[in-house]
Design a protein around this ligand. Sequence first.
Ligand SMILES: *Cc1c(COP(=O)(O)O)cnc(C)c1O
Length: 428
Amino acid sequence: MTAERKPGFDTLAIHAGAQPDSATGARATPIYQTTSFVFDNVEHAAALFNLETFGNIYTRIMNPTQAVLEERVAALEGGTAGLAVASGHAAQALVFHTLLAPGDEFIAARQLYGGSINQFTHAFKKCGWEVRWADTTDAESFRAALTPKTKAIFVESIANPGGIITDLEAVAAVAKQAGVPFIVDNTLATPYLMRPIEYGADIIVHSLTKFLGGHGNSIGGAIVDCGTFDWLKSGRYPTLSAPCASYHGITLAETFGNFAFAIACRVLGLRDLGPAISPFNAFLILTGIETLPLRMQRHCDNALAVATWLSGHDQIAWVNYAGLPGNEFHEAAKRYSPKGAGAVFTFGLKGGYEAGIALVSNVKLFSHLANIGDTRSLIIHPASTTHRQLTDEQRIRAGAGPEVVRLSVGLESVEDLIADLDQALAAA
Ligand SMILES: *Cc1c(COP(=O)(O)O)cnc(C)c1O
């Protein structure tokens, strides 16, 4: 007998969490499009509601299609458990709802998806959760932002939209020393390119809307519990380490050990705030994940070819793609993301704001829209769209100045993508 093989990443992308359906033998994961599930009897119902047995009650909290997606994402990241929710923003909201109380603070990199900057600055303020900003390129800036009220540190592994590779190990060290969980948004990298758990992440969040789903057809989000943070030892996170009033006084970290965080996000955050993912979206995203390794590699290869071409164009002031030799983050990319530097990057037009507007107006194959991680190639001028709510200073600090254009390079023939940019730049 050989020792049991550990399945490879590509195998997990197709099989993790899934089995032929026990009722019908269906090989693809069925869409369990039902709101609720029949109890075996009164005792079974009571055990479910007491968290004494695990099972389906109601699709806001758990559903078999969602469960396969959760296991799949957790397996790809190497975590102990996952939770799928309605969107990436819902995932972030549930993570912080589980960790923070009014008056608490967290530190976030200021180089973030524009929507996350809004969520942290405005929506979270209404909950009494205060964000302090640090610079994702400077781990010491996180240390400088620590206060006795700091309860978490949040970064993006590959920062949107600037093409920055965060030195995860350095920021993780600050979080460890401060005794707070290190949260990594791994949306732009996906676990195919980078697994934050290997560099000290405690919690990983995803917008499944992007490369994991990969086809631009479904909004979804996920939380992965890395199982690495000791909630009981810390004692600073009462949702996990104190008796839970809404579950007859059980202590979640005692009962659920190294997947207590994922459980807390489900049985409190998701139960009470309600951002459940539909079974249909879970199915579409699962189908997307099956081809993640193939797609992600092609995304990266196409992005490198487009970035290389742009950097030789005389209307282009600069190209910020960590895959390019000479880029500030090229060494970090080789270390953290050796298969490729992702497919989202920015470049600057010598013609500034007006040239950016002209370029997005003249492309034909690229789609002008606010998304990333589609099979289709996408283009946006952040200053006039995703980042327009921010102040000039916030925009520049987020890598979204007036001359900046962002691409999400898709899976088309790369010659066609280059030809489209060529004609649009000529027309502009
Ligand atoms: C899109 C995105 C989000 C938000 O995800 P939604 O699914 O749109 O709610 C968060 N972080 C990053 C890096 C993103 O690209």
